[in-house]
Design a binder for this molecule. Structure first.
Ligand SMILES: Nc1ncnc2c1ncn2[C@@H]1O[C@H](COP(=O)(O)OP(=O)(O)OP(=O)(O)O)[C@@H](O)[C@H]1O
Length: 439
């Protein structure tokens, strides 16, 4: 563990801590109360270190965010501030600058107290979040906007537990992708992830899909069939569009979830399946409960840990990142570029169909991009009209104006640092500020 002779580091407790952390497998650093990194263990240096750039002696916010100021003064949650006040550990999700570029990092900070209860140092443990990427990626979830980060932070908390998760979001917001990320971030990741699309299935069909059936259970049941609940044993069962499950089937689903037991259609044997339940819906389930079209007991069973997925218009800062990633996915190395005018139209549109709609738009447009570049005329009429109707711009509306105004008020760094903090270029920041009348 590298550690220079800082005054507080010479305290025996801190020295003992530094020596202990060297054997920790998780990247860890020791900080003093002035944000100075006193020591970094081998795991930290391997994962976050840059050859020739010593972290030890540097300010933590400079290393992880390239800010000139502590995170809380830059409009972000600072775990050190909170841990100092509460004398208790704090955990947050941040985007850190790493040798691999920006990454989502789960940061856990523990204050180290002396005999009088004074904080003498902090230990910060970091783990890279694998569930989502903050830079363009060939697959999986990408995003870095605050609304996306909030959902990701909830996913990180829920993933290691067994608790049933309910993903709620408009169509195309990435519910299935989130369910996959939840599964791969859980202890069951080596088990199966079984997706059941509950849309458009009659009670009989859903029952035989979910529970399976015995040979001869009904006309056409020539063989015994193993149901999806059984297939999910040891893994995750993802019930997509659970709001579409017919009322009569809901009671059977409740029994399965409560007891983990079920019977194949036409079978007498009670079977048991051990799975983690993840459900998703775009429907307002609570209203459906009030209207009597969704069972209240089932609702409470499936919604122990609700996660709200933001609409694309609530995370419009993510558009460039999503566009980059989706074009790579659609066209690989032949991915076209986008000219500034087309990019502007794309950023003005409201995307009622969310990321799926964005993907469709790009898939279509790239087929017209003969010169390797998407131009305005390659976009659909709605997109081309987007500029003519500035009122139809929820992403650039009051929400964004309030967010930028708030960031301007609380951020004490330079404009370039603010741009970096907001995940946009300095030029874009100036342009947005001008557009919103904040400049
Ligand atoms: N954050 C994201 N990063 C990358 N791709 C995304 C993201 N969110 C959604 N997508 C992509 O958008 C498309 C729609 O996502 P998905 O099918 O998970 O949405 P959904 O909410 O389950 O939709 P529906 O409710 O209509 O079933 C997919 O191609 C998916 O890969």
């Amino acid at each position: 563990m590298s550690s220079p002779p800082f005054p507080s580091a010479s305290e025996p407790q801190v020295q003992a801590l530094i020596s202990y952390l060297e054997h920790e497998v998780q990247p860890s650093i020791v900080l003093d109360t002035e944000y100075n990194i006193l020591a970094a263990n081998g795991a930290y240096q391997r994962q976050f270190g840059v050859a020739g750039t010593p972290h030890v002696g540097a300010k933590c916010y400079r290393v992880s965010h390239q800010y000139g100021l502590p995170c809380d003064q830059a409009g972000e949650h600072c775990p050190m501030r909170k841990a100092h006040e509460t004398r208790a550990p704090d955990r947050v999700l941040h985007i850190h600058h790493t040798p691999r570029g920006p990454e989502h990092v789960d940061v856990e900070l523990r204050p180290i107290l002396d005999g009088d209860g004074r904080v003498v140092a902090y230990v910060e443990r970091l783990s890279t979040v694998v569930a989502a990427s903050a830079q363009p990626q060939q697959d999986g979830l990408v995003g870095r906007a605050p609304a996306f980060q909030e959902a990701l932070a909830a996913l990180q908390r829920a993933a290691p537990a067994q608790i049933p998760v309910l993903l709620q979001g408009e169509s195309g917001t990435g519910k299935e992708l989130f369910a996959r990320a939840l599964h791969t971030s859980s202890a069951r990741k080596r088990g199966p992830l079984v997706v059941v699309d509950c849309t458009g299935l009659t009670e009989a069909l859903l029952e035989s899909e979910l529970f399976g059936h015995e040979k001869g259970a009904f006309t056409g049941a020539a063989q015994r069939k193993i149901g999806l609940a059984e297939t999910a044993h040891g893994g995750t069962l993802f019930l997509d569009e659970i709001g579409d499950v017919p009322m009569a089937m809901q009671v059977k689903l409740l029994r399965l979830i409560e007891s983990g037991t079920f019977r194949r259609v036409g079978g007498l044997e009670t079977l048991r399946a051990d799975f983690r339940l993840v459900s998703a819906t775009h429907k307002p389930l609570k209203d459906m409960v009030a209207a009597g079209s969704f069972r209240q007991d089932l609702y409470y069973r499936i919604s122990a840990f609700p996660i709200r997925l933001p609409a694309l218009r609530e995370r419009s800062e993510d558009l460039p990142l999503l566009i980059d990633s989706l074009l790579q996915r659609i066209a690989g190395s032949a991915a076209p570029s986008i000219d500034p005018a087309a990019m502007k139209r794309l950023s003005l549109y409201a995307y009622p169909g969310n990321v799926r709609e964005l993907r469709n738009i790009l898939e279509r447009a790239r087929l017209f991009a003969d010169d390797g570049c998407i131009h305005v005329e390659h976009l659909s009429v709605e997109l081309r009209e987007a500029q003519a109707r500035p009122s139809a711009r929820p992403g650039r509306g009051q929400g964004e104006q309030a967010r930028l105004a708030h960031a301007l008020a609380v951020f004490r760094g330079t404009r370039s640092e603010l741009a970096q903090h907001l995940g946009m270029s300095e030029r874009t920041l100036y342009r947005r500020l001008r557009e919103l009348g904040l400049e």
